[in-house]
Design a protein around this ligand. Structure first.
Ligand SMILES: [Zn+2]
Length: 334
C-alpha cells in the first residue's frame, strides 16, 4: 500500500530515526528525539549475511490519527488498551470523544518501565509493550489490538524494514500481520505470539494486494529479490532467532542468497538445503506449519527479558493422562 493510501486512512505515528543515513522524508517520521536511551543488547546471534546495518531507531512516542469521529472507548478497543490507560496516556481525551483527524497518543516510552518478554512464546506474556508505528515501507491493519511487541522487537523490525526500503525503494510495502497483545497471552488461532517476540510478515509482492491479506509466495506473485533483501537485513540485525518459511518460498529466495551467503553456510540458513532432520530444525529459515503466504519472524531473547526461552513442550505426563482419559471415554462409549 503506498504511503499516500496509508495517510488516507489517517493513520500516523511518530517514529524517530537517529541516523546519518538519508531516509526518504515521510510525514510519519519526525526528527526530534524525545527519549534517547541505548537499546538492550541482543544476545549476539552471529549475523550470517552481510548487510551493514546503519539505521538506529528511537521510539519515543507513537501517535495515531483518527480516520473518523470515535469514542475514546472505541479507540481503546482498536488498540487493545484499557480505557483508563489510554486517557492517562493522553489527557486531551478527557471528554470521551475523538474527532476525525485528531491525533491520539497511543504509546509513550517510559525508561522506568522496562519493556520485556516473559517466558516462552507459547506460554509467556509481555510487559510494557510498544505498538508498531506507521512508516514508509510497511502497512498495518486498521484494527490493532494484536500489533504489540517488546520495544526492542519494534525498534529492530522498524529499522530493518526502513533500511530494506532504502535499498528497494520500488518494492511494494510489506504487509504486517499478527504481533502480540499489549499484555501478551493467547492470540488465537496461534500457539505462539504470546510473549512479544513473534511477528507475521508478508512476502514482498509484485503487485499490491486488493486487501490487507497475505498472498502465497510464488514466482507469479512474489518479488523474490526484494523478499530476500528483507530477510537478509533481518538476519544481519543479529536480533532474529529464526524465521518460519515454507520450503517452496525458500527455493525461490535461494538464487538471490547465493550472491551474499558463502556456499558452505547456506545449509545453516535454509532448511531446504539441510540434509538431516536435526539440521533442518536448526537452520534459521525453517519450514514449519505452512508459512507459504507469510514468514513468522521470531526475535531472540535479550538480557532484559525474563525467563525467556524457546517454545515449551506440553508435559508428557499431561499428554498421557489426556490420552488415557480419552481411551476410557472411548471404552465407555463402546
Ligand atoms: Zn505467526
Amino acid at each position: 500500500m503506498p504511503i499516500c493510501c496509508i495517510r488516507a486512512l489517517g493513520l500516523a505515528a511518530t517514529l524517530l530515526f537517529a541516523t546519518s543515513a538519508a531516509y526518504p522524508s515521510a510525514p510519519e517520521i519526525a526528527a526530534a528525539p524525545e527519549f534517547v536511551d541505548p537499546l538492550p543488547a541482543s544476545r549476539g546471534f552471529d549475523p550470517v549475511v552481510p548487510f551493514e546495518p546503519r539505521a538506529r531507531v528511537e521510539l519515543g512516542r507513537v501517535w495515531w490519527t483518527a480516520p473518523r469521529a470515535e469514542s475514546v472507548k472505541q479507540v481503546a478497543e482498536r488498540f487493545g488498551i484499557a480505557h483508563d490507560d489510554l486517557r492517562a496516556l493522553d489527557p486531551s481525551l478527557a471528554d470521551g470523544r475523538v474527532a476525525a483527524g485528531q491525533r491520539v497518543l497511543v504509546y509513550r516510552h517510559d525508561p522506568a518501565a522496562p519493556s520485556r518478554s516473559v517466558g516462552a512464546p507459547n506460554r509467556g506474556r509481555l510487559e510494557h509493550a510498544a505498538p508498531f508505528p506507521e512508516g514508509d515501507g510497511w502497512a498495518l491493519r486498521a484494527y490493532r489490538p494484536r500489533t504489540w511487541a517488546t520495544r526492542h522487537v519494534v525498534v529492530e523490525l522498524a529499522a530493518s524494514i526502513a533500511e530494506w526500503r532504502e535499498r528497494f525503494p520500488e518494492a511494494q510495502p510489506v504487509l504486517l500481520g499478527e504481533f502480540s497483545r499489549r499484555g501478551g497471552g493467547t492470540v488465537r488461532p496461534h500457539r505462539s505470539h504470546r510473549s512479544g517476540r513473534d511477528v507475521d510478515v508478508g512476502y514482498v509482492l509484485l503487485v499490491p494486494p486488493a486487501a490487507h491479506k497475505f498472498t502465497v509466495g510464488t514466482p507469479r506473485t512474489m518479488d523474490a529479490a526484494a523478499t530476500w533483501g528483507l530477510v537478509q537485513r533481518l538476519l544481519a540485525s543479529g536480533a532474529v532467532e529464526s524465521i518460519f518459511m515454507a520450503e517452496s518460498v525458500q527455493n525461490q529466495l535461494l538464487p538471490h542468497a547465493l550472491a551474499s551467503v558463502a556456499p558452505e553456510r547456506l545449509p545453516s540458513v535454509f532448511s531446504v538445503l539441510a540434509t538431516d532432520p536435526r539440521a533442518k530444525k536448526q537452520a534459521i529459515l525453517r519450514a514449519w506449519g505452512g508459512h507459504d503466504d507469510h514468514m513468522h519472524v521470531r526475535f531472540a531473547c535479550t538480557d532484559d527479558d525474563v525467563g525467556c526461552r524457546d517454545a515449551e513442550r506440553r508435559k508428557k505426563g499431561k499428554k498421557k493422562k489426556g490420552r488415557s482419559a480419552a481411551k476410557r471415554r472411548g471404552a465407555k462409549g463402546r
